[in-house]
Structures are given as C-alpha cells and as structure tokens.
Design a protein around this ligand. Structure first.
Ligand SMILES: *Cc1c(COP(=O)(O)O)cnc(C)c1O
Length: 455
C-alpha cells in the first residue's frame, strides 16, 4: 500500500475546500469570550466593530456554525498558491531509519513564505467588501506583514504595518518585500502614536515587541476614518481561515486511506496548529476517530507548558480586549529567540481551552536542538525550513525516533509552515556555533504573571 503513495500529494484546484470549519461548534467547553477591560463584561459585536471589520466580528463571536462558506473571491486567490502539497517525507524516514511514516503539509509555496496568507487574503477581502480605505497591523518576524501587504495590494487597500523595531533593523529584505507590495511600514515603537511615545519615554532605546506593535496598530486604526485593525494569529477568526490547511490535508489523506496517529505543529499564537488540527479535532470531538495532537513551543517563550490559564491583556499598551488564554503575562519579554513568529506571550483561546481539556499536548524545545532538526531536514528533504516550522520538525523527528526504538509504524503528520530564507542570521548563528538557549526562570515568569488583571 505505502509504495503507492506519491512523494507529493497534490489535490486538484476543484478539491479546494468551499467552507472553513469552525471547531468551536463541536467543542463542549467553548473558548472563553473576549472581555471589555473597562466593564469586565464580554465584548459585544458593536464594541468589536470599532476595531475589526463587521464580517470578521461575526466570525470571531460565532461558536455554533460548523461550516462557514469561503467567498468565491477568496477561493480564486487561494487558487494562485493552493492546494498546498502534502509531502511524504520518504527521504527523512530513510535517513532516520524509522518504521514511522512521516508526512508534512507545506505552506511555504508563496512569496510571504508562510501560511499567513490564508488569513490575510480573507481579512483584506472583508475589509474591502465593507468599503474601508485600509487596514493597520503589526508584524514581528515579518511574515504576517508580507502576507497582508500582498493581500491588500490584490484588493487595492491601503496597508499600514508596524514592524517590531529589532526585526525592522535585522531583516531589511523582509521590509523591502513589504514595500514592494505597497504597504507603509513603520518601526515600532514609534513617535507616530500616543502609545508608542509613551512606551519610548518609559523604555528609551527599546527594540520593541509584538505587544507594543499591536498597541500602536490598534491606535492607528481607531484614529483614522475608514480603517480597521487586523491580526495575523491568536484570534478565533484567524484559526478559522487557517482550517483550509487541515481540510486540504484531510481530503488528501482520506483519498489515499491514510490515517495520522500523531499530528504536530508549532504554536506561536496558535493559528497554523489550530488550522491544521481543527478538522481532525472535529472528528475526535464527535467520537469518530482518535488522534494525538502535539503543540510545540520554544523553551524561551513557553506559554502552554509554563504559563497560566487566565484572562490577560493581548498587548503591552492594554488597548485590546482581554482574552482568557495560557499566558506568560503581557509584560513577559521573551529572550531574542530566532523564531520571531513564536514569541507571543499568549495563546489562542481555542487551543488554550482544548489544552485545558487535555485534548492536545504541548512540548517546549530549545532552539539549538530546533536548528539541528532544521539542518537535518533541509539536507534530506531539500526545503530550507523557517525556524518556527522547525519546532514541529524537531518533535516529528523525536516521535519518529521513538518508533525506531519500539518498532511501531506510526503515521506522523506535521505542519511545515514556511521557509527560512529571511532567517539567515539565525542559521549563521547556528552554523557559527554561537547560538544560545535561553530559558526563563520561574521567578521571571511569576513576575510577569503577577501583573495579569484580576478577573
Ligand atoms: C507566524 C508563523 C508561525 C506561528 O504562528 P501561529 O499563529 O502560531 O501559526 C509559524 N510559522 C511561521 C512560518 C510563521 O510565519
């Protein structure tokens, strides 16, 4: 049977999903609602509509509709780079000498270099449909800013990106790609917003953080007529759009009669992992099948494995609603780990609830071990993986090596979220042997957790 499975399973474009799958509909314990920090009450659609597009607010608050149609315009755009291939990692299996069967879903086949375009195009579409002039956002490592600039140029929307200052300086080429797509890009914290000026006064010379950049982008959106804020991860709506990853994977696997035993993804804000596992989780929640799900996070920013499940601020400036999530505290400053996309202090409310219900597991891994896995993978599979994605590779390899010991022929599936061409300083540090593994102390985490709001 396994000889028949090709190296790459490509679906036909007619097999692209026509609906996103909303896993909340099948969750017994729904994720906790966003709270208005001023009233302590769940945010209403009206309140959220000042920050987000109307249709996205609806998706954010919808805990009951299982299948949400993907508009034709979005499917047309998806066809430029989707369906994404599901790859059987025959070469990696051989190299590891494992009886396990390893598959990965590759999301790096577009200029943004990651899965983020799947949600960027949806968010830009709804903004355009609402007749808005433009959107604002933050970007850390730069993948989200790139994806959103591509989506906005497609729909002819203005796009303003606040990029974490250290990344802005360290990744000049990422910045130029964003500018090529016509977005305006500002290093954050900046003097252009009130919250930016406040943060600069308090921490002069700071390299910024995702939390700061979010605060600036939200302020910029609310202060300009015809603008809304968009976010590349964490939110329910983003997980929803990313289910296109899991739905395609499920179609491809079902077609060949493959059933994954273990499904692995890296987890920053949780959108790629949530998107990959959602349809499989749906089957599990409905009692139709069982799978082991593993979220992988960096040891330097371990929100699931060492954080608390509480309401917290989503941003440093405390302008966003409060979210109940596994968090390290909004003032947690992760060490300069090279996987910029995994440095957020919190985690998607959906994944947090699933983790709290013990439906998914989590592991944290150190960055040199991650780069060893990245190098091993690049050498046999030919793709230079993003540092974020390499967290999933690391755990997939660990699981495959366990199978080698036990002789189990498990089927392992992981999400390969993107490519690492803009992360060559990280690869350089690894190749030079100067990469370090910083793990926060319990005291550091307790200190930032002490500042979560008392709800
Ligand atoms: C942003 C990013 C991630 C992490 O974000 P999630 O929302 O947790 O998926 C992972 N991989 C890549 C390549 C990214 O750009």
């Amino acid at each position: 049977m396994s000889e028949k499975i090709p190296y790459k399973i490509y679906l036909d474009e007619n097999e692209l999903p026509t609906e996103w799958y909303n896993v909340r509909a099948d969750m017994k314990n729904k994720p906790a609602p966003l709270l208005n920090p001023a009233t302590g009450k769940p945010c209403t659609a009206e309140e959220l509509s000042h920050v987000f597009c109307d249709e996205l607010v609806k998706q954010e608050l919808d805990d009951t509709t299982a299948n949400i149609p993907i508009p034709a315009e979005i499917r047309e755009f998806y066809k430029m780079y989707r369906p994404a291939p599901l790859v059987r990692a025959y070469c990696l299996e051989k190299k590891l000498g494992t009886p396990a069967k390893i598959y990965y879903k590759f999301e790096g086949n577009n200029t943004s270099g990651s899965h983020k375009l799947n949600s960027a195009i949806a968010q830009a579409y709804y903004a355009k449909k609402q007749g808005l002039k433009g959107v604002t956002t933050e970007t850390g490592a730069g993948q989200w800013g790139t994806a959103l600039s591509m989506a906005c140029s497609y729909f002819d929307l203005d796009c303003q990106v606040y990029m974490v200052k250290v990344s802005y300086e360290q990744k000049p080429f990422r910045r130029e790609v964003i500018r090529t797509y016509g977005a305006k890009i500002t290093p954050s914290p900046s003097e252009t917003t009130e919250v930016g000026r406040k943060i600069l006064a308090e921490f002069p010379g700071t390299g910024g953080s995702l939390g700061c950049a979010i605060s600036e982008a939200v302020e910029a959106a609310t202060k300009q007529e015809g603008y809304r804020y968009v976010l590349g991860s964490v939110l329910n709506q983003v997980l929803l759009h990313q289910t296109v990853i899991g739905l395609e994977t499920m179609t491809a696997m079902d077609k060949y009669g493959i059933k994954p035993d273990v499904i692995i993804g890296c987890a920053g804000g949780g959108s790629n992992l949530g998107g990959l596992i959602s349809p499989f989780m749906g089957r599990k929640l409905r009692g139709e099948a069982d799978y082991q799900f593993i979220a992988v996070e960096p040891a330097s920013c371990p929100s699931l494995t060492r954080g608390s499940y509480v309401y917290d601020f989503c941003d440093t400036g405390h302008v966003c609603p409060l979210a109940k999530m596994y968090t390290l505290g909004s003032e947690f400053m992760p060490s300069p780990n090279h996987a910029g996309g995994l440095r957020y202090h919190g985690m998607s409310s959906i994944l947090s609830q699933l983790y709290d219900d013990k439906l998914i597991e989590a592991r944290s891994v150190e960055q040199t071990a991650v780069f060893e896995a990245a190098q091993a993978f690049a050498r046999v599979e030919g793709i230079l993986p993003a540092p974020e994605s390499s967290h999933a590779i690391k755990v997939a390899i660990d699981e495959a090596l366990k199978c080698k010991e036990t002789g189990e022929e498990k089927t392992i599936l992981f999400g390969l979220t993107g490519t690492g061409y803009f992360d060559m300083y990280a690869y350089k540090a690894f190749n030079d042997g100067t990469m370090s593994d910083y793990i926060p102390t319990d005291e550091e985490i307790a200190k930032s957790l002490a500042k979560t709001p008392k709800i």
